[in-house]
Write a protein that binds this ligand. Structure first.
Ligand SMILES: [Fe+2]
Length: 330
């Protein structure tokens, strides 16, 4: 038994019954109608994969039926049956959307081969359509997961801001500037995503640092307090290390206080040994810190901050990144 359903429409009872007999023998599920109008009633009640219809019938012609099927049942294919005198009309029906025509009296093998061809094509189209839908659904699901993940990260970033003396929006600004630099440096999509996550989460370790230390101006910190503050890089990656999706972003967090001249922390990495995403975040983080008001000091004028970046090229910062950043902020 085949799963396809066929509707045979002809006002000639002998043809209807013959067609039904042959097609049923082939395993199709077959119903028949006396004219176009009866066929439409059956189409309303149940799904058909294929309609095989005569053209000249009382009440409603095959051409009118074809128009209804194409308009209301786009997944149903139509084959037209005709006799020689109306062959021009049959050819016209192809333009109206019929798949093919069969000439009466028909050769059954030919009829079956036309039917099988149309049903195979229909199956192929439906598989392609399903595949496309599945692909679209997967993409949208992936985007949802990405959005959810990014929102979660942003919430964590806001928790860091609430604890530290940052002005609101620090992490988001670091993200935006870092991504602009990343774009100029032609980072690929994986590197860009790591940069985005690391930029938002670079100071996540500060959650584990006492507020008394966080809220003191850097210069007033005792040596032991400064050492505690510096642990926020390692603490950050310890907090996040179990999140698989953040694995390749962790170097950006761990090394965002390294200096280009090798005098930073936690590992005194030097030059290009410092991961690129960390070198980007360092520049942007320093600029945002200098140009934002803190509880204990006013922000520096923008030009002063830019001059400091330039002066620290290849000392604190990667000179190439400073150049790209200065170009971006104008
Ligand atoms: Fe930091």
């Amino acid at each position: 038994m085949r799963e396809e359903r066929i509707l045979v429409v002809d006002d000639d009872q002998s043809i209807r019954e013959l067609a039904k007999k042959i097609l049923s023998k082939e395993g199709f599920s077959v119903e028949h109608a006396n004219n176009g109008s009866e066929a439409v009633s059956l189409l309303r009640k149940s799904r058909f994969d294929l309609v095989i219809t005569d053209l000249s019938m009382p009440v409603m012609s095959g051409e009118d039926l074809l128009a209804v099927v194409k308009a209301d049942y786009p997944d149903t294919e139509v084959i037209v049956m005709t006799t020689y005198p109306t062959i021009d009309t049959a050819v016209n029906t192809l333009k109206l959307g019929a798949y093919d025509y069969i000439i009466k009296p028909f050769n059954f093998d030919l009829m079956l081969s036309v039917i099988n061809r149309v049903l195979e094509r229909k199956k192929l189209f439906s598989e392609l359509k399903n595949e496309k839908l599945l692909r679209e659904k997967t993409i949208s699901l992936f985007e949802d997961v990405y959005d959810l993940f990014l929102s979660t990260i942003k919430s964590i970033a806001e928790a860091i801001e609430a604890k530290d003396t940052y002005t609101h929006g620090h992490c988001e600004r670091i993200r935006e500037y870092s991504l602009l630099i990343g774009k100029k440096l032609n980072l690929n999509s994986d590197e860009t995503r790591d940069l985005e996550y690391a930029a938002l989460l670079h100071d996540v370790g500060k959650i584990a640092i006492p507020e008394a230390i966080l809220n003191k101006p850097g210069k007033m910190l005792a040596a032991d307090e400064l050492e505690i503050l510096k642990t926020h890089t390692i603490k950050g990656i310890n907090i996040l290390k179990h999140i698989k999706q953040l694995k390749s972003a962790l170097p950006g967090i761990k090394y965002h206080h390294e200096r280009y001249d090798g005098k930073g922390y936690p590992e005194k990495l030097k030059g290009k040994d410092i991961p690129l995403i960390a070198r980007i975040i360092t520049v942007v983080d320093a600029y945002d810190a200098m140009t934002s008001d803190r509880v204990y000091r006013k922000s520096l004028p923008l030009q002063t901050a830019k001059d400091i970046l330039s002066k620290e090229k290849n000392r604190q910062f990667d000179g190439e990144i400073v150049d790209v950043f200065l170009q971006i902020i104008g």
